[in-house]
Design a binder for this molecule. Structure first.
Ligand code: PLP
Length: 425
């Protein structure tokens, strides 16, 4: 019988044998010992499996990657030192100078900058599309050198819900994989592979760690995309890699090709690995993901309902509200219709009222973070997006009065009481 997500959160990835530690040990070692020179040579040729240097693989990191792969229903995964590294590698693993990819325009600000500015400097171009546009409209962004389509299940901070099936249809019609950033939904609420996504990435910094202790990321491959069928587009995967003695990833590793290349080539050369200690902390977070995520959502639902009824509130955006534009899609795509713990809203009176409200909060703290156990709040126009004018903010889908409220797992009544006193102050 296939194990359920709750069991996977607690136990997947690690099965100790007789006399071994019950808890995943922290292999805080850069190197691993061998007995003959040939044993080591086979590892470098990818002929044998084994650990030799932590930049390439580490037992603690691998256990945690395996757990996330199982939670997403994928075949393989790789941890990275941050969500940013995961986003970059997920694209750079299949795109090089001269290539192009398409992305939803409503994505995390850091990812937007990576795609629009930094990747462009590497000769990789990105076209942004409105995720709610029709398939015909989105199709217009594709070119002969397009190699991927990218989107976020629930966008940070705009909170639009992506129609993953629609995006998968468009990607596959064009012979390219769909890459989904599933950070906000987590595999507890959504498993994008079940809706046709090919690759999933995470900023594990958020709900997966859940306690705001470690920055990290992860890339998971479904194993479903047929690289060889589209071999003219993905030569990096299907043709011999000179830097690995002429090995071709797709023929040598089959469904493991994409993650093997990301590890053996990108991680080898660029090196954004998490420390084994951070992977250990992430694993402890994952053990309670299935308990925390529903509680975040339950609390967020109560906060959203409270805000919607309050006359000082101009608007509320949360896909759990039946009045929300994405309510039906959220019901279809998310487990129990739960989306995430983040709610956005605006107050009557705009920007100034928003900052005064935030300054008056006592329990909920101002922090550049989302999705951890403690309720926190941010005003993108004054903080993460402060370099933008009101016009630019609106173009980025971030209203100048938008308050991003990340609901924690405290008692919902206490959170609402804090909001109420700050609104009345
Ligand atoms: C935070 C975040 C990222 C970036 O992750 P880091 O771990 O901060 O590098 C990417 N995508 C989403 C949706 C995020 O919220």
């Amino acid at each position: 019988m296939k194990r359920k997500p709750e069991t996977l959160c607690v136990q997947a990835g690690y099965e100790p044998k007789k006399g071994e530690p019950r808890v995943v040990p922290i292999y805080q070692s850069t190197t691993f010992k061998y007995e003959t020179s040939e044993q080591m040579a086979d590892l470098f040729d990818l002929k044998a499996e084994g650990y030799f240097y932590t930049r390439l693989q580490n037992p603690t990191n691998d256990v945690v990657a395996k757990k996330i792969a199982e939670l997403e229903g994928g075949v393989a995964a790789m941890l990275t030192s941050s969500g940013q590294a995961a986003s970059f590698y997920s694209i750079f693993n299949i795109c090089e100078a001269g290539d192009h990819f398409v992305s939803s325009s409503t994505i995390y600000g850091g990812t937007f900058n990576l795609f629009a500015v930094t990747m462009k400097k590497l000769g990789i171009e990105c076209t942004f599309v409105d995720p709610d546009a029709s398939e015909e409209e989105i199709q217009k962004a594709f070119r002969s050198n397009t190699k991927a389509l990218f989107g976020e299940t629930i966008a940070n901070p705009v909170l639009n819900v992506l129609d993953i099936e629609k995006f998968a249809r468009i990607a596959h019609k064009n012979g390219v994989p769909l890459i989904i950033d599933n950070t906000f939904a987590t595999p507890i609420n959504c498993r994008p592979f079940e809706f046709g996504a090919d690759i999933v990435i995470h900023s594990t910094t958020k709900y997966m760690d859940g306690h705001a202790t470690s920055v990290g990321g992860c890339i998971v491959d479904s194993g479903n995309f047929d690289w060889e069928k589209h071999h003219d587009k993905f030569k990096g995967l299907t043709e011999p890699d000179e830097s690995y003695h002429g090995l071709a990833y797709s023929s040598a590793f089959g469904k493991g090709a994409y993650i093997t290349k990301a590890t053996a080539q990108l991680m080898r050369d660029l090196g954004s690995i998490p420390s084994p200690h951070n992977a250990f902390l992430l694993n402890i977070g994952l053990e309670t993901l299935h308990l925390r995520v529903p509680r975040h959502c339950e609390n967020a639902q109560k906060v959203a309902e409270y805000l919607e009824k309050n006359e000082k509130v101009a608007w509320v955006n949360y896909s759990g509200l039946p009045s929300n534009k994405y309510y039906e899609l959220a019901q279809k795509q998310f487990t129990n219709g739960q989306s995430c713990g983040v709610v956005t809203f605006g107050l009557k009176g705009g920007r100034d009222v928003a900052t005064r409200f935030m300054d008056n909060l006592k329990l909920c703290c101002i922090a550049t973070h989302v999705a951890d156990a403690r309720t926190c709040v941010l005003h993108p126009a004054s903080h993460t997006h402060r370099q933008l004018s009101d016009e630019q903010l609106i173009a980025a889908g971030v209203k100048p009065d938008l308050i991003r409220f990340s609901v924690g797992i405290e008692n919902a009544e206490d959170i609402i009481a804090d909001i109420e006193q700050a609104l009345n102050a």
